[in-house]
Structure formats: structure tokens, C-alpha cells
Design a protein around this ligand. Sequence first.
Ligand code: NDP
Length: 297
Amino acid sequence: MTNVIDGNAAAADVRAGIEDCVETLGAAGVTPRLATVLMNDQQASATYVSMKQQDCEEVGIAAEDVRIDSDAPAEELFDAVADLNARESVHGILVQDPTPEHVPDERVTSAVDPAKDVDAFHPENVGRLVADRPRFRPCTPHGIQRLLANAGVDLDGADVVVVGRSKIVGKPLANMLAGRGDGGNATVTLCHSHTDDLAAHTRRADVVVAAAGVTELIDGSMLSEGCVVVDVGINRVDETNEKGYRLVGDVDFESAKQKASAITPVPGGVGPMTRAMLLYNTVKAASEQTGVDVDLP
Ligand code: NDP
């Protein structure tokens, strides 16, 4: 029997723990606060922001929704971030990706105070992660690490193949799984669009993480018997339903399930954990900035 890893249940556990932390902070007079900054006109980004706002409200984190016209001068965004950096009552700041072309991405990630950088994209936080001294773990890789731990996957010495080398998923995840200590100690291969013979890598892996953004890139024929599969991809495929589409991952679920001992579904796998780990980072930020200890889940 293949274990279909339930990301919704795992996320609900984390959220329950976060609610306890919020209560502890509240008793000490601290309301954790996350500010999201949106500077683009894409419907998907607006939806992501409102989901994050709603997630915060559900666990008692105050959420602030900063919106900037996409054609405003770049300085408007940087002034808004500087203002949030300076405000003691704001503990976490997140600038929703993407920003317009005239607002350089590198400047955005460097603008957020590293202590409030709940996405963990600031170069200081990236460096700390690589140095095995993380302040924040980026949300998606952290969620994946938790899902693997919950499923009882022993990563120590395991052969892990991560497909995708983005700054937000593949690269930090590869670092975390290869790092020292709990949830690490794996032997990690990082594949990308220039990798020769992807299947040769995935076929020998104990754990395959697919984060390429390519619909059903990996199928059962590319996997070894009994491997663990984590599907990060969220891709829209046209469908004649109410929405006009359905979501599929980077893995062909049905054929992969025939081979895998455990697999995350799309939706309901990595996605809910990504959202939960943002709440985790926000509460961690509030705790560290105020000196109020919490028992993080
Ligand atoms: P990016 O587009 O930033 O990166 C994709 C990576 O995949 C790149 O490194 C690219 O290689 C590699 N790649 C693309 N095609 C292939 C291929 N045919 N073979 C091997 N490697 C390939 O994507 P993200 O990391 O931001 O996101 C990946 C997917 O995960 C998307 O579907 C996204 O929607 C989803 N996602 C889901 C989240 C969740 O919570 N579930 C959170 C974040 C993302 P190269 O570097 O050479 O271009």
C-alpha cells in the first residue's frame, strides 16, 4: 500500500501549535503581525496574498495588506518596506513575487530586514541556511522537510534527487537535506533543465522531489520500486469544469503511485504545508524580536 501523504492534516497540526504560540505571545502583550506587500496586477498573486492574510487571521496573527500600484516608482515599494522594517509592531514582512520589471528582484530581497524576512530570501538568511545556522527556513522546503519527517522517511544517508534549482524551492531544499543534523544528512543531487538523462538520476533515488513547474514531468517509469516522491509542482491544465482548469503536479500521480512507497498528492500535499510554515516563521520572528519564548510546533 502506498502512503499518500496528507499535507492538510500535517498543516492542521502545525497550525494548532501556532495557535498555542500566539496565545503565549498574547499573554505577554504581543500580537504577532505579518505585513504582505503586493506590487503587481496578477490575479494569482492577489489570491496568494489574500490566502496568506486569511491564514494569519485564522490563527490570531494580525495581517497587514500593503498594496502598491504596479506602475508606481520603485522607491514607493522600498519606502513602504523601510517603514515596515522600522515599525516594532510588525514582525514579519513578505513582498509577493513577482515585482514589476522596473523593481529589481535582488534589491527587493535585500530591502527586507533579515530579522523580519519570513520568506528567508534575504542574502543574509540564504547564507545562514547554507552555513547550517538558519534563522528562518524557507516555507516550501521547510514544509517538505516536515512532511518527510512525519512520514517516517529516514534521510540519513539516503539518495535524494531534487528536480529544480530555484531560489525558493530546489536550491534551499537541497542545502537543507544535505545539511547536518535532523532532517538532513542525505546525499543530494540537484537536477535542472541542463541535466543529462534526468531519468537515470531519478531511477536510482530513494527520494525524488519534483519542483520543475512542468506538468507530469516524472512518471512511474522514472522511479525505483519503493521510493518516496514529493510533488511540489502546481500546474494548471485546461478542463471543462466550473473553473476551466484543474491543478496537477510535476509527477504523473497514478503511475508514480504504482512504484512509490509514499507520495504527496497535488493538491493537498506540499501546498498546505508551505502556508503553515509561513505562520511558523512569523511567530518565530515575533518571539525572537520581543524575547517572549514560545514552544514552536
Ligand atoms: P522555477 O520556474 O523558478 O524553477 C524551475 C526549475 O525547474 C528550474 O531550476 C529549471 O531549470 C527546472 N526545470 C524546468 N524544466 C525542467 C526539466 N524539463 N527537467 C529538469 N529540470 C527542469 O519554479 P519554482 O521553483 O518557483 O516552482 C516549481 C514548481 O513548484 C511550480 O509548479 C510552482 O508553481 C510550484 N510551487 C509550489 C509551491 C507549493 O507550495 N506547493 C511553492 C512554490 C512553487 P533551470 O534552472 O535550468 O531553468
